[in-house]
Design a protein around this ligand. Structure first.
Ligand SMILES: [Zn+2]
Length: 358
């Protein structure tokens, strides 16, 4: 686990966490949009809590990076720290399978069958139960004991019960840092035991500036692709295919028509619906705000065409379409027929823009 510099938009938040005596709350739940760096914040906070530097400012900024605690932490073997994540994610992060829950010097529970099993996408209950051993002995360094767990949504019901018991009777000096994108998927019993820490999506200029420093040619377009989340935007910006799809999709939105809507639904009918719905939602949002208030949030580069389109569109139909998009996106995780949904939404869009029809 190597922490480089914490993302600039998260530094203030880390300082607030460290400055607030409530950080001794034994469980905090860091939540906010995906792709904005919540995990990096959780890692920096854990490192800050464990750092043994006498310089409080260095500790507050995520650890000095030089004391024994920071060095152990960076090597992934601080004795008072555990990271609990799904096996599949650990593989993606480049870790050895199933070494997260293992006690030093003793075999990890439930990891005997590390043969050819598909890595789990859930945080398994035995990973949570394995924390008992970690928490039943005194801390090695006499400071905090820290458990970092993400994504909390992947803890199943049995695991949530095991976790709840720990949160109800926490050993002293223990801090749980839990991370989730969607609070709605966390059991209310677990939620009630945590101090919630919301991480805001960074402002567009901050996110765009950060992406530009990383050589992203069109940061605003990349952010529009990813709902404003800079880390997700960086992934998109390096994905030529996603960028091409976005260009094609915007091309349609800028020149709407019923026949084109049907063709688009056909062309995009087999792609994951999430990004497409977000693009349409953002475009419709811009149509509405430019019409009502002269403001454009997501597509500053297309301000001229948006103003033209929105000026001629039927506002009531756009408002209805926005409501439908909100409803459809809430059910996005359920299987749906992408082509049919797109067909219905894109023809409704073309219809709202009726004056541009042939
Ligand atoms: Zn340190």
């Amino acid at each position: 686990m190597q922490l480089t510099v914490l993302f600039p938009w998260l530094i203030e938040q880390l300082l607030r966490l460290m400055a607030n005596p409530a950080h001794l709350a034994h469980a905090i739940l860091v939540h906010g949009q995906a792709g904005i760096g919540k995990r990096a914040l959780g890692v920096a906070y854990a490192r800050a809590l464990l750092c043994e530097s006498t310089d409080a400012a260095l500790r507050a900024h995520g650890g000095c990076g030089e004391c024994s605690a920071c060095l152990w932490f960076d090597q992934g073997n601080h004795p008072d720290f555990r990271k609990v994540i799904p096996e599949a994610l650990a593989v993606a992060e480049g870790a050895e399978l199933a070494d997260d829950a293992a006690e030093p010097g003793e075999p990890a529970e439930g990891t005997g069958s590390r043969s050819k099993k598909v890595p789990s996408k859930e945080i398994r209950v035995d990973q949570i139960r394995a924390l008992h051993g970690f928490m039943s002995v005194a801390t090695h360094r006499g400071r905090a004991r820290v458990v970092l767990m993400y994504p909390l949504e992947t803890v199943n019901d049995i695991g949530a019960n095991a976790l709840l018991k720990m949160l109800e009777e926490p050993p002293p000096n223990t801090v749980f840092i839990l991370i989730a994108d969607h609070l709605g998927r966390i059991p209310a019993t677990v939620l009630s035991r945590c101090q919630k820490v919301f991480v805001a999506t960074p402002a567009l200029p901050v996110a765009a500036g950060w992406l530009a420093e990383r050589g992203v040619a069109d940061p605003e377009a990349a952010l529009a692709l990813s709902g404003g989340a800079p880390l997700a935007a960086l992934v998109f910006a390096e994905d030529e295919q996603a960028l091409a799809s976005h260009r094609e999709f915007l091309g349609f939105l800028a020149r709407p028509g019923i026949e084109a809507a049907l063709a688009m639904a056909e062309a995009f009918g087999k792609t994951p619906p999430g990004p497409l719905l977000r693009w349409l939602q953002q475009w419709v949002a811009d149509c509405i705000t430019v019409r009502l208030a002269g403001r454009i949030r997501y597509h500053p580069a297309q301000s001229k065409v948006l103003a033209q389109l929105a000026g001629a569109a039927r506002l009531d139909a756009l408002m209805r379409l926005r409501q439908r998009l909100d409803a459809v996106r809430r059910t996005i995780d359920h299987p749906l027929n992408t082509r049919l949904v797109l067909e219905s939404l894109l023809t409704a869009y073309a219809d709202a823009m009726a004056p541009t029809k042939a």
